[in-house]
Design a protein around this ligand. Structure first.
Ligand code: NAD
Length: 325
């Protein structure tokens, strides 16, 4: 009977699928991130055929070696796979899979939750109200900005970026401009989106900049101090992709000194730590990497990771096999 290790408690859907296939599933008893040493200890000598892992697990050559030669697949419960050394996996003939698509709508919704929360100062206003500071309606109280009719700049028009663009156009009559290494002329025709040949060209025109590129060597600190200065002083930056794409210390400076008006972040450069000074700022909305965290979507991600394992153990190519970009 194939044996599968799950690195942390996840929604039942995936576990059930694996068990229904007759696989033995061992879930880490610790409901927390396993340190590399602990993960190696949990895997070594156990002859697992597959590992279901999370974006908080660092999967490198040492971990793959600990799992052993019989281990065919590490199925990551995330779209991003920047936590996995793909070269080390390829060298050891271990398949790596992710969970794209099933979380697109949820992450796009969360992006709007953040965008609107920042521009309408929702969290700041909530703090204000709870603190007993509300003394009655006032014409100048907590003025924010509209999203409707504004220019939304999408960096990375993939699955999530294009869904955000769709909502911006359809729901908010916004103008969409985008930058991506791959141009999508069909999307441009359908939704009137305008392609910009570089991030530098996009930034000065956008009222909202939303980041949806994967974390790669080419996208690390894509939003640095210099690029933040290219944004309008009235603009907002939203990041639901990966923290290290934004230079967080530079963002704190930009928010403090009025280089940009506001920001909203679901991801951080050194999770779970926040850059010094970030949490003290009123003009930033922060959520703890929960953009895909709805009951529906986390169950679907769990089930999709299981599908990938089932396919791999049946000798098929898993539906979401990833390769190095
Ligand atoms: P995707 O692969 O469909 O889209 C990524 C897009 O970025 C592609 O169109 C690609 O061409 C483009 N791209 C790649 N490198 C680029 C570069 N250097 N410059 C410009 N464009 C570039 O992925 P997706 O499903 O839309 O997910 C996007 C990212 O969102 C993931 O990689 C993941 O890191 C992140 N994500 C975060 C959460 C969360 O919980 N906050 C949830 C899901 C996904």
């Amino acid at each position: 009977m194939p044996k599968i290790f799950v690195t942390r408690r996840i929604p039942e859907a995936g576990i059930r699928k694996l068990e229904e296939k007759g696989h033995e599933v061992v879930v880490s008893p610790e409901d927390r991130v396993l340190q590399k040493k602990e993960l190696i200890e949990a895997l070594a000598g156990q002859n697992y055929d597959a590992v279901l892992c999370l974006l908080t697990d660092t999967i490198d050559g040492d971990v793959l070696d600990a799992a052993g030669k019989q281990c065919k697949i590490f199925a990551n419960v995330a779209v991003g796979f920047d936590n996995i050394d793909l070269v080390a996996a390829a060298e050891r003939n271990v398949m790596i899979t992710n969970t794209p698509g099933v979380l697109t709508n949820t992450v796009a919704e969360h992006t709007f939750a953040l965008m609107l929360a920042a521009a309408h100062r929702v969290v700041e206003a909530d703090r204000f109200t709870r603190a007993g500071l509300y003394g009655g309606w006032a014409p100048m109280l907590l003025l924010g900005n509209d999203l409707s009719g504004k220019t939304v700049g999408i960096v990375g028009l993939g699955r999530i970026g294009s869904r955000v663009a769709y909502h911006a156009v359809k729901g908010f009559d916004a103008k969409v401009i985008y930058y991506d290494v791959a141009r999508n002329e069909q999307f441009e025709q359908e939704f009137g989106a305008i392609y910009k040949a570089s991030v530098d060209e996009l930034l000065p025109e956008a009222d909202f900049v939303s980041i949806h590129v994967p974390l790669l060597d080419s996208t690390r600190h894509l939003m640095n101090a210099e690029r933040l200065r290219l944004m309008k002083p009235t603009a907002y930056l939203v990041n639901t992709s990966r923290g290290p794409i934004v230079d967080e210390a530079a963002l704190v400076d930009a928010l403090k000194s009025g280089v940009i008006r506001g920001a909203a972040l679901d991801v951080f450069e050194n999770e779970p730590k926040l850059a010094s000074g970030l949490a003290e700022l009123e003009n930033v909305v922060l959520t703890p990497h929960i953009a895909s965290a709805t009951e529906e979507t986390r169950s679907a991600m769990s089930a999709l990771a299981a599908d990938n394992i089932i396919a791999a153990l049946e000798g098929q190519t898993p539906p979401n096999l990833v390769k190095k970009m």
